[in-house]
Design a protein around this ligand. Structure first.
Ligand code: NI
Length: 254
């Protein structure tokens, strides 16, 4: 049994064939999917999906790209949305200094506020970090993580960054890039992360793993990520699947 711990099935790229995508995931052995949100609207869509499909769970939150449009009452809205029983995390939240779609001080403020909200709600956090390792870690140290912990999604940093996340008690999630043939450093990081702290995801519709790179991504492809991690760990893929499922169930209380 596979789990895709980070998908964006509410994305408009799935508007034409969402149902087919979800049934293909089931046919490929993906028994559970966590749908991560980007803003209030996509948080609501994630919840609707989770209500329509038993195997889908929702995260609610404001992505750093959308931090500038969060609105004054966004925390109150997230609190209300999080009351739904299928909401299992706050996410995705964090910092993105690659695109800088929102001013950095605004990204930082919204990130801090949501970290504190997650603690208050006792929910784990799903963290997005692109080219902002230093500030993400600094803010995590300052704000602290609640007992529910969190995951560094689509991990792209060095072993030093991974080690600091592990010291904070976080899980490290790998996506399509770990399967890319030129991803030597990332493969080295994945080989070092303890198996009981590893998760796998697609981040679909983006970051399609090898050998489907270039096409739209979907949850069924999480298999390729798990196979790659298994190979790096010297485990058979079935065992790796079970370990990752167990890790995810623990983090998200599934
Ligand atoms: Ni994402």
């Amino acid at each position: 049994m596979l789990i895709d711990t980070h998908a964006h099935l509410d994305d408009k790229k799935f508007d034409e064939d969402r149902e087919d995508v979800i049934s293909r995931a089931g046919a490929a052995g993906v028994a559970l999917i966590i749908n991560a949100a980007c803003d209030i609207n996509s948080s609501e869509k994630a919840i609707t999906l989770a209500q329509n499909y038993a195997q889908i769970y929702a995260a609610v939150g404001i992505h750093p790209h959308d931090a500038k449009d969060a609105g004054k009452d966004y925390l109150q809205k997230l609190i209300e949305l999080s009351r739904n029983e299928k909401v299992v995390a706050i996410g995705e939240i964090g910092l993105d200094y690659y695109y800088d779609f929102s001013p950095r001080p605004v990204q930082q403020k919204i990130f801090r506020e949501q970290l504190s909200l997650a603690k208050e709600l006792n929910l784990p956090v799903i963290i997005h970090n692109r080219d902002a390792h230093k500030d993400v870690l600094e803010i995590l140290h300052e704000e602290g993580l609640g007992p529910a912990g969190g995951v560094m999604h689509c991990f792209s940093g060095s072993w030093e960054v991974a080690r600091e996340c592990l010291n904070l008690g976080m899980y490290i999630s790998f996506a399509g890039p770990v399967t890319f043939q030129n991803a030597k450093k990332l493969k080295e990081v994945a080989a070092k992360v303890p198996v009981d702290k590893i998760l796998a995801e697609t981040d679909c519709p983006y970051l399609t793993p090898h050998p489907h790179r270039g096409k739209r991504n979907e949850p069924a492809n999480v298999r390729f990520v798990v196979q790659q991690i298994a190979e790096l760990k010297g485990l058979n893929p079935d065992d790796m699947e079970n370990i990752i499922l167990k890790n995810a169930k623990k983090l998200f209380s599934l």
